[in-house]
Ligand binder design. Structure first.
Ligand SMILES: Nc1ncnc2c1ncn2[C@@H]1O[C@H](COP(=O)(O)OP(=O)(O)O)[C@@H](O)[C@H]1O
Ligand SMILES: [Mg+2]
Length: 437
């Protein structure tokens, strides 16, 4: 369609101004060319004479494109309530609602679309209303499903965690002692509660240590990744979060471990600002235990990127202990190596040499190195079918094949520690890097 088509449509309308289909064709053409003012005039003209559905949707589209979302929504709302809505109208309405931050209503509307056509997919709506890759299931999960999924009894304890004595001590004080001796805390009128936040480069044992903590004491352990909570509908994230906390409150004494807390930060930029904000507020409320007491619930959080976390998380009673989990030092690497090779066919291993050669390697890197060494060994065992013991040189070869992964994290962390070191929050990073304050 071009200028001349529009001219001839206008010409034709001069002769039959009440020809609704013709005027709609003109209006749609103008809309297609993004000539919004002119399209608006024509749709309005149609609606003066007839209550036409197409003209209404057309007008709503004009308003949407002009950024006048409330006008767009008003038109669609009336139309949808009359029960005549089709997918196109519902989708536009859902988008208009999102623009106006009516997330819950937008979800309801999008669910109606999926009710009509379960295979419908709209990239914009899908990415904003639920996180990609999540289940298409829109029904909330039953409580029982949470129980089996999140309630655990870890079989590892502190003795399975190499080194990390400073962190273990913090956990001992803040988590384990209060769980084992609540009456002592009560006697001194000291409130038990609040949480500990573990942060540091990936693969250095945050998750592992949290699991071991639960095994260390005879407490129930609930482990959730924040992505578990976020992987469904945005509106349901808050409900999921609440149910997890409730589950912990019903199962005291309980350690509630929330992994990947940084996902909250990510969610803020991914989703609409307001939706993310909502979830953060919900999280803070749950931490504070406003509606229900959190007594007997001890909370451990973990993140690789603490700087993405809202400072409100660090207030007293929330994550009031922030603990740096550094890459394993030489002694720790040696004990990790020993722990991991314990039940494998091995020769006499020069652990101290290996520990020296794996500077900056995380626990996960060491896992990977051992894995590589085993693969190499397996290959050579295939020839005669006899498993050969792993030797020091196999591991040294494997070290050459796998690079340390912790350094990258420090390039970012260093900047925050130097330039955004809010009340010495990241002093541990500076002292680890031997940078003077
Ligand atoms: N101190 C440690 N002792 C034993 N194993 C460790 C230690 N630190 C890390 N690991 C190993 O590295 C893996 C990755 O650690 P993880 O706890 O998932 O790291 P993070 O949560 O810090 O990213 C663990 O599964 C564990 O096998
Ligand atoms: Mg982890």
């Amino acid at each position: 369609m071009n200028e001349s088509t529009i001219d001839s449509l206008r010409e034709a309308l001069k002769h039959s101004p009440n020809n609704t289909p013709l005027r709609l064709l003109l209006a749609d053409t103008l809309l297609g060319l993004n000539r919004l003012e002119e399209a608006e005039t024509e749709y309005t003209q149609v609606l003066k004479f007839v209550n036409d559905t197409k003209a209404k949707i057309g007008l709503a589209k004009v308003f949407y494109r002009k950024g006048n979302y409330s006008a767009c929504n008003v038109i669609l709302e009336e139309f949808i309530e009359s029960g005549r809505a089709d997918i196109e109208a519902l989708v536009l309405y859902a988008k208009g609602l999102l623009k106006e931050n009516s997330v819950a209503k937008a979800i309801d509307t999008y669910k109606r679309v999926l009710g009509i056509d379960p295979n419908f997919y709209d990239e914009e709506l899908d990415s904003q209303l639920r996180v990609k890759g999540g289940p298409t299931e829109s029904e909330p999960e039953e409580e029982d499903a949470y129980d089996s999924r999140f309630l655990q009894k870890p079989s590892i304890n502190f003795s399975d965690v190499g080194g990390m004595d400073a962190v273990k001590k913090e956990i001992e004080l803040k988590i384990i002692k209060p769980l084992l001796h609540p009456e002592l805390y009560k006697a001194y009128g000291k409130k038990i509660g609040g949480g500990i936040l573990l942060y540091g480069p990936p693969g250095c044992g945050k998750t592992f240590l949290a699991k071991a903590t639960a095994g260390q004491v005879n407490a129930r352990f609930i482990s959730v990744g924040l992505s578990d909570i976020l992987d469904m509908w945005v509106g349901n994230s808050e409900k999921n979060l609440h149910e997890i906390f409730e589950l912990a409150r019903y199962n005291t004494p309980c350690i509630l471990f929330i992994d990947e807390i940084d996902a909250l930060g990510a969610s803020r930029s991914d989703m609409k600002q307001s939706a993310g904000r909502h979830l953060i507020n919900q999280f803070l409320q749950e931490l504070d235990g406003i509606d229900t007491s959190n007594e007997g619930v001890l909370i451990i959080g973990a993140t690789n990127t603490p700087w993405n976390l809202d400072p409100a998380f660090r207030r007293p009673g929330r994550f009031d202990r922030i603990v740096f989990v550094p890459p394993p030092d030489e002694a720790t690497r040696e004990s990790i190596l020993k722990l991991k090779l314990k039940n494998k066919p091995i020769d006499a291993i020069d652990y101290s040499q290996l520990a020296r050669k794996t500077e900056n390697y995380s626990g996960a890197d060491i896992d990977a190195v051992i894995d590589i060494a085993i693969e190499l060994k397996l290959e050579s065992s295939f020839t005669d079918g006899v498993p050969k013991p792993i030797e020091t040189k196999d591991l040294l070869n494997a070290v050459k094949k796998h690079k340390a992964s912790t350094q990258e994290w420090f390039t970012t962390a260093k900047n925050f520690a130097m330039f955004a070191n809010d009340s010495g929050l990241y002093d541990d990073i500076l002292s680890y890097l031997k940078i003077k304050k």
